[in-house]
Design a protein around this ligand. Structure first.
Ligand code: ADP
Length: 629
């Protein structure tokens, strides 16, 4: 019901009814007033025409006034002219004396009673005072007219009064007509407003539906334009606005998609925090990076294990050594006021990794309120650190490895110089030590050269196709004396049909030699060394197994690093450079192969080299040759 009150339909009905009622009231008032003044005017005219010197009635009245029964004669005269004067039940005439007492009254009169003094109206009073008695007052209960008719001896007042009833009857009739017209007009207004409302509201309703569709994100449907009026123009404008809006939204969402894609596939972790510190968005890198890190945090920060389950700004800031307080927020804020992106950069170490964390702020809307959140961009710089660290270590190792033999050589040379009379066998042993140490230095420098060429891609590969079996047999010959010296047993077990491979033969031999000599070195005398080889369609696998000292688990991941040597083996005086396996690994990998380690401390070690039958190096070499061919 309330809706009906507020509806356009109701308003139109109301307006129309008020309109009709107003018109009726105005017309009615004019009409009723017109009738009243017409009556009054007509009455005045009738009286003035009858009671004017020269008029028949007036002359007769003047004639009879002087007679003895003047009043009675005058009334007879008035009755005779009753038609002319309009005398009837509502209009009467009377003859009054100078005090207003009724001397005689016309026939039809019920208003005047002989002997009674009439109410002295302004007209009567005016005539009594010698003035005119034809004034008519609006709003008076009745119309009246008074005139003095006098002879030399007698003087009477002729008084005519109209009760206005006739006029009131007419007014009532008019009033009821107006009332009926109002009633019909209202009914008509209700009907009319129904149609009017329909024509006005139908396009508005379709506009409303269109607006609702836009609010629901549907932009496809055009709103039909039914009319060419203001609402039609509004609908046109609305349709235009819709298409502009759609284009804008398409553009914005396109941009957003682009940014989202960038955001999600960014190598850096990006996390947007709300101002309460909870995560608003994070990209895949952030999730991949932080889920394991958070698990670590749960282990290390027992106190707030629960908090660490989900990343929060507080957690990240604590890692950065920053307290989330107004000063920190203001620091971000201040920068953004100057137009620069406000940011704070920190380096954090977490679970053996190092990160650069940049923190900046951003504005967002939530629940119709403006907020300032914090965006963290987390860049993993562990690689850079590792590289730096391994470089430093490498330089330290090289210096150390070269200084040791140099010190020995210098010591030996100085001793020989200082004691010229030294027994010759002693001098010889000093000198041969110097030679040995310089050989070792040469070996180290040679190995470093190999590695440096590999690092800089400057290795000259000599690719050929050769038999794996032949290479293996050759290497066995090379280490034969060493094996015999340490009383090891070398067993060789090769699959039938080992293929020919295409690779750098010398380098493959070098790899095998390094592995074999290690097996010889790190196996106590009288050990068992087993060399096996097998092949499938694409690869050959050559493995060397010994039952030597083995390698501790914790050393195994580092075994192929440059200069890495297991602490214990150093004390055995095996005297390696720690570069052999590093070189072997890099040579094998350059050939597109792999090297695998399987070792148990105290039980023995097995190293397996897997090489492709045709090394990618062969293709590279072929390509390089092509232009000259
Ligand atoms: P090195 O010149 O010291 O032998 P490598 O790079 O060849 O250097 O080997 C690195 C380290 O790996 C060695 O110092 C040794 O401790 C360990 N190692 C290599 N091969 C074996 C093996 N067959 N048995 C036990 N330890 C080995």
């Amino acid at each position: 019901m309330r809706v009906l009150y507020r509806s356009l339909y109701f308003k139109i009905i109301l307006i129309l009814i008020i309109f009709i009622a107003t018109i009726m009231a105005v017309v009615g008032t004019i009409l009723l007033n017109g009738v009243s003044s017409y009556f009054a005017e007509d009455f005045r005219k009738q009286m003035e025409e009858s009671f004017v010197p020269g008029a028949e009635l007036y002359d007769y009245l003047e004639e009879v006034v002087g007679r003895g029964d003047g009043a009675a004669a005058m009334v007879i005269m008035l009755d005779a002219y009753s038609g002319h004067l309009g005398l009837d039940a509502n209009r009467s005439a009377a003859i009054l004396d100078e005090n207003g007492a009724v001397l005689a009254a016309s026939d039809t009169s019920s208003m005047f009673h002989i002997g009674e003094t009439v109410y002295l109206t302004p007209n009567i009073l005016s005539v009594m005072n010698g003035g005119s008695g034809s004034e008519q007052r609006a709003g008076a209960d009745s119309l009246d007219f008074c005139i003095r008719i006098a002879s030399e001896t007698e003087s009477y007042l002729v008084y005519v009064r109209d009760s206005k009833e006739e006029m009131q009857d007419l007014n009532w009739m008019l009033f009821s007509i107006i009332l009926q017209a109002l009633l019909f007009g209202s009914l008509f207004a209700i009907l009319l407003s129904f149609f009017l409302a329909k024509t006005i509201t139908a396009p508005i309703q379709s506009l409303t539906r269109g607006a609702q569709q836009i609010a629901a994100g549907e932009f496809e449907q055009e709103i039909d334009v039914h009319s060419r009026d203001e609402i039609g123009t509004l609908t046109d404008t609305f349709n235009h606005m819709k298409s502009v809006l759609k284009n804008t939204i398409d553009q914005v969402s396109g941009e957003q998609k682009k940014l989202e894609t960038v955001f999600f596939y960014l190598k850096d972790a990006v996390v947007a925090f709300r101002d309460d510190g909870s995560v608003m968005h994070q990209n895949t890198t952030a999730r991949d990076l932080f889920v394991p890190l958070m698990e670590g945090a749960v282990l290390t920060e027992q106190g707030d294990a629960e908090e660490a389950q989900t990343m929060t700004l507080a957690w990240l800031l604590r890692l950065c050594g920053i307290e989330d307080n107004p000063i920190f927020r203001a620091a971000l804020e201040r920068d953004s006021e100057t137009g620069d992106e406000g940011y704070v950069l920190r380096e954090i170490a977490l679970r053996e990794r190092v990160f650069d964390v940049s923190l900046g702020n951003f504005r967002y809307m939530e629940n119709n309120e403006n907020h300032t959140g914090v965006i963290a961009v987390i860049h993993d710089v562990t690689g850079r650190y590792e590289l730096d660290r391994s470089r430093r270590e490498f330089v330290a190792n090289v210096s150390h490895e070269l200084r040791t033999p140099l010190t020995s050589i210098k010591g030996a040379a100085e001793t020989v110089l200082r004691y010229p009379d030294m027994p010759s066998d002693m001098r010889e042993s000093f000198l041969s030590m110097a030679v040995e140490e310089s050989d070792r230095m040469t070996r180290i420098v040679g190995d470093l050269l190999v590695l440096s060429r590999l690092d800089n891609n400057r290795t000259k590969w000599e690719i050929s196709t050769f038999s794996v079996e032949a290479v293996i047999r050759h290497m066995c010959e090379v280490v034969k004396n060493d094996i015999a010296e340490h009383r090891h047993t070398l067993s060789v077990r090769l699959d039938d049909n080992l293929p020919q491979i295409t690779a750098d033969k010398d380098r493959v031999e070098q790899v095998l030699l390094n592995i074999l000599t290690n097996a010889v070195k790190y196996t106590p005398d009288g050990g068992q060394i087993l060399l096996r080889a097998a092949a499938n369609r694409s690869h050959v696998a050559i493995s060397v197994r010994d039952n030597g000292i083995g390698i501790p688990k914790e050393d195994q991941p580092h075994l192929f690093e440059r200069f890495y040597r297991v602490e214990k083996s150093r004390t055995t005086g095996a005297g390696g450079t720690g570069l052999g396996l590093a070189i072997a690994k890099e040579l094998v990998e350059a050939h597109g192969g792999k090297i695998k380690l399987n070792s148990v401390l105290g039980r023995g070690t097995e190293l397996t080299v897997i090489l492709p039958i045709r090394s990618p190096l062969a293709d590279e070499a072929a390509q390089e040759e092509e232009p000259t061919a």
